[in-house]
Design a binder for this molecule. Structure first.
Ligand SMILES: NC(=O)c1ccc[n+]([C@@H]2O[C@H](COP(=O)([O-])OP(=O)(O)OC[C@H]3O[C@@H](n4cnc5c(N)ncnc54)[C@H](O)[C@@H]3O)[C@@H](O)[C@H]2O)c1
Length: 350
């Protein structure tokens, strides 16, 4: 039997909740869970084990991870029971982790901050997943340093540019540690769908003139309108623009927070273009998804990919994993090309 994959979590919010539940969902249902990649490098999602977790919130720090994932303001749906994990959520530094809205709803736990790098080392974690709020740039960079110091692979699900940044790539390469990111792409999210439709239209010889993708969400993450607006919009717009081999008018980015949506997200995609003879057409789509579980499946693939990268002895930005599962890898690829690259990567031993 292969050893378990030891994973640590930075931020115990909605995504973390869906990820932890996702592992136990797979453990309780076994082969009945239909996965595109049941095994990656011989590892199944059930082989993931959570060994440490960091947060700042009063309702999460000091509690077992199995309870903290269900503590408010988390509103990810429950898809699985999670047994006591024997992993106490530890307090990290707050830095820029709270925004104007979350400052009002999240009380910072008064516990002393731990030495994060030391606690990661003690836990035996091999892979750390950054699930901090999108606007927490300073905190994300701070944790990336701690992870490097602790000697772990780093997966950055947030829009802070780390994996796609040359200097971080260099530092992780020097340390022979895999670095994967940035900004996770959901299994069935607006970015995936938008890219897939534009790619298909482009292959069909259609000329796209203008397109936008906007959404409203009710998860805590969506509340950070001011801080996340700039980076998130820049990343989403760039990843959509890269689909087309010519210049079209593209706007893509989160727009607003609607608290009563809970963990739901409504995404609106509008495309206008011309077919043969200069004849115009328009496409309008509304996609309604539940945010957190949409990220979980991708993270289960990415974590197993990161373990494989560790086994291969690779360090620095891992393009085949980042391009497959993230909106802003060092090089943005068309969806099917990225998927092919990922499949080649996970099927080769070296
Ligand atoms: N579908 C998705 O959910 C999805 C998709 C793509 C990217 N992402 C990214 O994943 C990240 C996590 O999303 P989420 O919905 O779980 O967010 P969330 O707001 O629900 O969770 C963030 C967690 O981080 C904690 N936190 C804040 N500051 C901290 C600090 N300094 N140290 C430790 N913990 C701290 C908060 O208390 C909270 O528990 C975001 O950056 C988001 O952009 C999510």
């Amino acid at each position: 039997m292969l050893p378990r994959i030891k994973v640590g979590l930075i931020g115990v919010g909605n995504c973390a909740s869906a990820l932890v539940q996702g592992v136990y969902y797979c453990r309780s249902r076994g082969d009945s869970v239909k996965l595109k990649y049941p095994e990656i490098g011989g590892f199944r999602p059930e082989d993931i084990e959570f060994v440490c977790a960091f947060d700042i919130s009063e309702g999460k720090v000091g509690r077992d991870l199995s309870e903290a994932i269900f503590a408010p303001p988390n509103n990810a749906p429950k898809i699985s029971d999670v047994p006591n994990l024997g992993v106490e959520v530890l307090k990290g530094p707050v830095l820029d982790g709270l925004n104007e809205y979350t400052k009002r709803i999240i009380k910072v736990n008064p516990a002393l901050e731990v030495d994060v790098a030391e606690k990661i080392r003690e836990s035996g974690a091999e892979i750390m997943v950054n699930l901090l709020p999108g606007g927490a740039r300073e905190a994300s960079l701070w944790y990336a340093n701690e992870v490097l110091e602790a000697g772990c692979a780093f997966i950055n699900a947030t829009p802070t540019l780390i994996a796609s940044d040359f200097s971080w790539d260099h530092r992780f390469r020097e340390a022979c540690l895999p670095l994967i990111g940035d900004d996770l792409m959901d299994q069935v999210g607006a970015t995936f769908l938008h890219k897939a439709i534009l790619e298909a239209l482009n292959r069909r010889g259609v000329q796209i003139l203008k397109t936008y993708q906007l959404d409203v969400g009710g998860g805590t993450e969506s509340s950070d309108i001011e801080r996340a607006w700039g980076t998130k919009r820049a990343i989403k717009t760039k990843t959509i623009e890269m689909v087309l081999p010519y210049k079209a008018s593209v706007v893509a980015g989160s727009t607003d927070f609607v608290d009563f949506l809970g963990n739901r997200r409504d995404s609106y995609i509008w495309i206008s273009g011309e077919c043969f003879g200069g004849v115009g057409f328009e496409i309008e789509i509304r996609l309604n998804t539940i945010d957190a579980p949409n990220a979980a499946l991708m993270l289960l693939d990415v974590i197993r990919g990161a373990k494989l990268a560790l086994l291969k002895g690779e360090g620095g930005h891992i393009l085949p994993i980042s391009a497959y599962a993230f909106k802003h890898p060092a090089k943005i690829l068309p969806i099917y090309e990225a998927e092919k690259l990922f499949e080649e990567y996970i099927s080769s031993k070296s």
